[in-house]
Ligand binder design. Structure first.
Ligand SMILES: Cc1cc2nc3c(=O)[nH]c(=O)nc-3n(C[C@H](O)[C@H](O)[C@H](O)COP(=O)(O)OP(=O)(O)OC[C@H]3O[C@@H](n4cnc5c(N)ncnc54)[C@H](O)[C@@H]3O)c2cc1C
Length: 312
């Protein structure tokens, strides 16, 4: 039986792995369905991690040392898609893996993070991956010297618009309000960028195109409809937490969740189920930042260490 199963290998999961192994646990496995690093590896830049040596480096480069550090202290990575978690009568947990495999663990830290939310306009699903994207680093290059749109008003939207302005000939930022949630310095930087045009008090009514992909967007603006002929639109309108693995057969969750499905934890990242912890974007009131996810992971690991110690 594993001492500790960590599910998810983003900043929260990796930090939990580091603290658990350095804290003396020998048998710690991180179940991650992809490469370790998490969603920040899809970001063009990160510059707000305290003490960062190269502010502005890509999320991928930033995370590239985290797994190496963890494996040095004995964390194991199992490449697996976790489909569920069950608590057994003896207090242990079953970790259900795709392919009908089961691993047993004394304690579990869930750090499955979040996924970009769909904006909900007509044609979004039809053109997703063919003009509609949620990742500027992944898809930005397809729009070299072309015009693109960015939907959203938060930090991620404005930062990614600035990134795209280095590739595209023009970037339209479409935002439903006048004011922005993004940091004022970031908005100011975008406003000074000659390649960026703000279209505020506007929403996307519809995306249109043909077999080749997206050709444009119909916007609802204060002055009526506007036809924006762009082959690419990047949407940054919030995140959904990845909590499906916490769902039981009867549809209820294994532990308490709050509105939106975020996991209810205390300050020790403990859920209401003994031995089950949650960290990072998935927990309630998460600011959805790398520094917080990493801190959560450390707290959850320290709590798991003390939980396991008290089992003996
Ligand atoms: C474009 C973009 C830009 C961003 N910019 C910044 C920034 O500048 N500064 C900042 O602080 N934050 C930024 N963020 C937010 C930051 O990336 C997240 O807050 C942080 O990554 C959350 O870490 P996490 O470990 O909780 O989850 P995640 O990073 O989401 O990691 C979760 C991991 O769990 C894995 N997983 C999920 N489900 C399963 C399963 N069933 N089985 C196995 N593995 C699973 C996923 O593959 C993933 O690797 C940005 C995010 C995006 C998308």
């Amino acid at each position: 039986m594993l001492d500790l199963a960590i599910i998810g290998g983003g900043p929260a999961g990796l930090s939990a792995g580091l603290y658990a192994t350095r804290g003396g646990l020998k048998n710690v496995v991180m179940f991650e369905k992809g490469e370790p690093g998490g969603q920040i590896t899809g970001s063009s830049e990160i510059e707000n991690y305290p003490g960062q040596k190269n502010p502005g480096e890509s999320g991928f480069d930033f995370m590239s040392t985290w797994w190496k550090q963890c494996s040095h202290f004995g964390l194991t990575h199992t490449w697996a898609n976790v489909t569920g978690i069950r608590k057994n009568e003896d207090g242990s947990f079953d970790i259900l893996l795709e392919g009908d495999k089961i691993e047993k663990a004394k304690a579990v830290i869930v750090a499955t993070g979040s996924t970009p939310r769909r904006a909900g306009f007509k044609g979004e699903d039809e053109f997703f991956g063919r003009g509609v994207s949620t990742c500027a680093t992944c898809d930005g290059f397809f729009y070299k010297n072309k015009e693109v749109a960015v939907l959203g008003g938060g930090d991620t939207a404005i930062e990614e618009a600035i990134y795209l302005s280095n590739i595209a000939s023009k970037v339209y930022i479409i935002h439903r309000r006048d004011g922005f949630r993004a940091a004022p310095t970031t908005v100011e930087k975008a406003r000074k960028n000659e390649k960026i045009e703000f279209i505020t008090n506007a929403t996307i009514k519809e995306a249109y195109g043909d077999k080749a992909g997206l050709s444009g967007l119909i916007l609802n603006t204060q002055n009526g409809e506007r036809d924006l002929k762009v082959p690419g639109v990047f949407t940054f309108v919030g995140l959904n937490v990845n909590n499906e693995i916490l769902r039981l057969e009867d549809g209820f969750f294994i532990c308490d969740v709050v509105d939106g499905g975020q996991v209810d934890v205390d300050l020790k990242m403990q859920t209401n189920v003994a031995g089950l912890f949650a960290a990072g974007d998935i927990r309630k009131d998460a600011p959805k930042q790398v520094v917080v996810a990493a801190a959560d992971g450390a707290v959850a690991a320290l709590s798991a260490l003390s939980y396991i110690e008290n089992l003996h």
